[in-house]
Design a binder for this molecule. Sequence first.
Ligand code: 26Y
Length: 830
Amino acid sequence: MGRVTDTHAAPTPSSFAEEFLDELHFELGVSRETASPTDLYVALARAVRRHLVEGWFDTLSTQLGGDSKFVAYLSAEYLLGRQLENALLATGLTEVARDALDGLGLSLDELSEQEVEPGLGNGGLGRLAACFIDSLATMDVPAVGYGIRYEYGIFRQTFVDGRQVEQADDWLALGSPWEIPHPEMAVTVGFGGHTEEPAGTGEGTADGAPGPDARQWVPGWTVEAVPYNYLVPGYGTRNVNTLRLWSARATKAFNLEIFNSGDYEAAVRGQTYAENISKVLYPEDSTPQGKELRLQQQYFFVAASLADTIARALGDGDLHALPDRVVFQLNDTHPVIAIPEMMRLLVDVHGLGWDEAWDLTRRSFNYTCHTLLPEALEIWSVDLLGRLLPRHLEIIYRINEEFLASLRDSGGNELQVRRMSIIQEQPERAVRMAYLATVGSTKVNGVAALHSQLLRDAVLHDFSDLWPEKFTNVTNGITPRRFVRLANPGLSALLDETVGTGWVKDLDQLRGLEAHAEDPEFRRGFRDVKAANKQRLVDLLATRDGLHLPTDALYDVMVKRLHEYKRQMLKVLHVVTLYDQVRSGALDPADVTPRVVVFGAKAAPGYRMAKDIIALVNAVAATIDADPALAGRLQIAFPANYNVTLAEKLIPAADLSEQISLAGKEASGTGNMKFALNGALTIGTLDGANVEIRDLVGDDNFFLFGMTEPEAEALGQAGYDPGSFYEQDPALKSAIDLIASGAFSHGDPTAFESIVSDLLWKDRFMVLADYRAYLDAQSRVEAAYADPDAWTRSAILNVARSGFFSSDRSIRDYLDRIWHAPAVPARSNG
Ligand code: 26Y
């Protein structure tokens, strides 16, 4: 190995500086004098990446050498966040790099700021996948994350006159130092065409003969899937796992057409069509649109990943060993086309009989559901699916026929059979992907205890009656590396001093803090950390967004995608009520607890109501800002483009975490866990993982309000009338009337008409029904905040008792309950 790339020896600042300059000069071709900040960042990233490669090679040779089982995590989204600081943490090189850069007159922190985060996900589901691959690597579990290398990630949000405007996220524009492309390992993926009787000698079957159940798929067109490897370093281990994201490239056949067809332009258009597949992340995270390109994306990455997995797991080995060598985890229904694809590979390509193939498939797949909203359950019209994937549709039909026949055999009545059919007949024939996933998997899990229960009781009720042992729960978690150690260095230092450094890998050790909750000295230290984090946030939002915020205030934070079920409107009504009461003289401004209400939220571009709510938040913010009566008392901050990078600054500064969805609608939430672990108190409903947070941190350290899920359900059944709540609560009535009057829209009463009328006539998520309880809970918050010692004590207990929410624990649960794949620590070959 070359002089400066000898990554065996522990690097010193001077050797690291040399590596950094080597990258800058010889790889980027830029001199120190002419280098832009981005150049410097890219050179730094590449220098750090060198130190992951040895461990990665060791991991690959250890894992591929033995006969270990590995996890193939299939996810259409990975919301990774910035990579540099995480890689430095994992390699233990943070201080070396800092010193090296100092010596060159450069600042690590400034270069880190250059990194554009890979936003290859919408929200919770994508971020969960990123936390899981971090935990898998840290726990030495052989695992590969498979997904899509979108050229454009989640859009950048800007506000124009308070309304959301989306911009393309060209995150690759300035180079992408973390990825390693392998064009030579491209996999060909077919689409369209037709199926036929297989020819005498079966295509690719092991012994050359078609299997008894084989059909031949003749695709109409193909694309190539080019793998890009991302190194996923474990913390405090040699292990470095792989995240493999696929990028679409036109096949040679497309390029040939360029020569053969006289129509050059049309041929190039064809190329563009193929390469569109990995162009952009769909920014919707509910109400799937049934868009053809989305199905193309799903099949594209699934087909490439399965081919890759089978080669990796089996080499030339025995297909019957598949379930012992690999376990697939389906992250929601987005990759569920993998089930018929596996059947196609086994039956058509490898010549297995149907029953044997089905047994192997079912034993290899597991499915995680992330929703409770019926409209979020993916379905694909038979028409579209049959056109794009004709063989897969045949396979799905046969899976369904056999499944329904088995139901009838075991005495199922016709109503039940129709309810459980993988094919829905009305309003159009379509494949219910959640049902296909359930039928084709060994285990089905929800993402929080309540959610898993509601899956069993409602969403997949018939299936859980049929196969009770199939259903399990794995409560979500978050990685303490990124969301505590990196995001909150002040708290981390305090934790290290108090309980030692082991918590980063074993978050239950935070329990050791409990004893210190009563120690005034410790409480002071804890408060100082929170104050410093607020200062850091205030500084950031001043430069990033031009906001001027006080530090000496209660930071009340609601950050998550904008959805009606999450009830940002409830928060708005609280703020409007405070404003209204001060304005009308009912409330003395001096009695208002100084509060900064922080929102962060992107709306799906086509979601009108969500966009209107964003506009309303900004309008209320501007109106309050303009009113001197509220100065220093109440302020809304709504920084645009909430993303992982901003979350890492916002969450550690929060006092109050808003988790106020209607009970029974939020599958889990993971932001809720991040806040608790950073010492914010939760105001929340009994929904998703809030239930478990409250159970653990204790009722005294959690502001509970609102209807329970059965209560909300019963109210809906009884015929919910939001107008009656409006009529009966003068404060509520006054707040809504104020919005309706145009008070936040320069006197224009039409501006928020759609919101007002929806609340009064529909209010699907029962904002008005929970309004009074929410306001009462906010009064309890104010009373509690008035006693800093008691508040801090509660905050400390939130941290101490939230170790359960480490994604390491989630992974342990997946291993115990679903995967049964032992850890395999990487052996050094060096
Ligand atoms: C099919 C397409 C429209 C689609 C794309 C993305 C559908 C859903 C999604 C993303 C869903 C999502 O992020 N769900 C969230 O998953 C988190 C992790 O489990 C949960 O904590 C959270 O409650 C849930 O809303």
